[in-house]
Design a protein around this ligand. Structure first.
Ligand SMILES: NC(=O)c1ccc[n+]([C@@H]2O[C@H](COP(=O)([O-])OP(=O)(O)OC[C@H]3O[C@@H](n4cnc5c(N)ncnc54)[C@H](O)[C@@H]3O)[C@@H](O)[C@H]2O)c1
Length: 397
């Protein structure tokens, strides 16, 4: 055993991190405020698609992984990682409440020489100007007595090619020593760890990566609308363009962006840019285009059916991306709500999500006026639709 690590948040980011550290001889405590999640994990049951039950029970039986909802941690903890949600609030602005609460708990338990690493996605300046003062105030320690680093997570749930080990990891510290300690920690289970010159560089780099995706996805969605109007297959266009070996990266059409990162992180960047008196027109436009995609598909459904009012529609795929059960910020929800507002009788099918909003997944059948393919999970088998017309949001034809 190399040392004791506590990881705040056992979700999409914190759980794979905890297991990777545990597999590499750290003694890991996964702390989460969600009692049900803790109880499930303690029984060896996974809470995310990327991690199997066996991986959890193996980690528990190795003695290197424990999960708890008790926020008091031992004096001999060496590293504390914070992987809690940083969503948008109802006002569509950054909501740091979970992170501030987690950092307050860390501060109350903090002892000299401990290393705190924040992994949650945050606006530039948050580590230095918001989190450091909370740690100082709640711990009673001086800035020099503990170490604070920032290391944005890049995990892409269910990505088979890129994982925690082979995806290069950025780290930055408020001091050179903090950065070095963070690099030493991750280097035990990540192939390449890159030190950024300041925490602000690492904070903005993460926001830049996800804003780049938002902007490009919205660009492809806009071009897809154009291609639909002139009867050209956008996917064939992207495939052709992607034969260029440099200067082009493929993005694909959809009903919009979803999940905990792509619709959220760029807003952190645009809010920060506005606060600094700089513009963020690309992000704002991309956000507008993506938010408008569900209403574009309502219009397409209207065109196919004459009107959606009173028509029975099956929306296929509720989660924000294929093969996950995550419905956070899923644009499919907006599509369903808008279809219902216009008087359509809407059902949805998603065997991964199963239940949402007090509703259950509806089997695929021919008992509908229209099927809208929103999230094409690998398991889907559409032959039961028979002659039901299909509107495919992942294509322009
Ligand atoms: N999901 C991704 O693909 C992804 C990728 C990169 C970065 N991120 C970022 O990582 C952070 C975590 O995201 P996630 O997807 O893992 O979220 P998640 O909701 O899957 O997991 C977060 C966990 O933190 C717990 N939690 C909330 N408040 C807490 C507290 N005060 N103390 C301890 N636990 C607490 C929640 O109960 C939850 O289980 C976010 O900032 C997100 O933007 C997410």
């Amino acid at each position: 055993m190399i040392g004791k690590v506590i990881i705040f948040g056992q979700g999409y980011v914190g759980l794979p991190l905890a297991l990777a550290a545990a597999r590499n001889d750290f003694n890991v405590i996964g702390f989460d405020t969600n009692f049900n999640k803790v109880a499930q994990l303690a029984k060896g049951i996974s809470v995310i698609e990327d991690v199997s039950d066996k991986q959890i029970s193996d980690a528990i039986s190795s003695g290197n992984y424990k999960v708890t909802d008790n926020p008091n941690f031992a004096q001999d903890v060496k590293v504390i990682c914070i992987c809690v949600p940083t969503p948008l609030g109802d006002d569509h602005k950054p909501d740091l409440s979970a992170l501030e609460q987690a950092v307050t708990t860390v501060g109350k338990n903090l002892k000299p020489d401990m290393l705190v690493i924040v992994e949650s996605t945050i606006s530039p300046g948050t580590t230095r100007k918001v989190l450091l003062p909370i740690l100082i105030k709640t711990s009673g320690l001086t800035e020099e007595e503990f170490h604070l680093a920032y290391s944005p997570e890049r995990i892409d749930p269910l990505n088979k090619a890129w994982n925690i080990k082979n995806t290069p990891k950025l780290v930055a510290g408020l001091t050179v020593q903090a950065a070095k300690m963070a690099k030493d920690f991750y280097s035990k289970f990540v192939d390449q760890v890159v030190i950024c010159p300041t925490v602000e560089v690492a904070e903005i780099a993460k926001l830049l990566e996800n804003s780049y995706r938002l902007v490009n996805i919205s660009f492809i969605n806009e071009i897809s609308i154009f291609c639909q109007k002139i009867g050209v297959d956008i996917n064939e266009v992207v495939k052709a363009a992607a034969t260029k070996p440099y200067g082009f990266m493929p993005f694909y059409p959809s009903v919009g962006v979803g999940g905990h990162c792509i619709p959220v992180d760029p807003i952190y960047l645009s809010e920060a840019a506005k606060a600094a008196g700089a513009g963020s027109r690309f992000i704002d436009l991309a956000d507008d285009i993506n938010q408008a995609m569900p209403s574009y598909f309502v219009e397409r459904a209207n065109q196919i059916l004459g009107t959606v009012t009173g028509k029975k529609i099956l929306v296929i795929g509720l989660s924000y991306k294929p093969n996950v059960a995550d419905v956070r910020e899923s644009p499919v929800i907006s599509l369903i709500e808008q279809l219902r507002k216009t008087g359509a009788d809407v059902f949805w099918h998603d065997e991964l999500v199963k239940s949402w909003n007090g509703e259950q997944t509806t089997p695929i059948s021919s008992d509908f006026d229209l099927a809208i393919i929103t999230t094409p999970h690998d398991y889907l088998e559409l032959s039961a639709l028979k002659d039901v017309p299909i509107l495919n949001t992942r294509s322009s034809i």
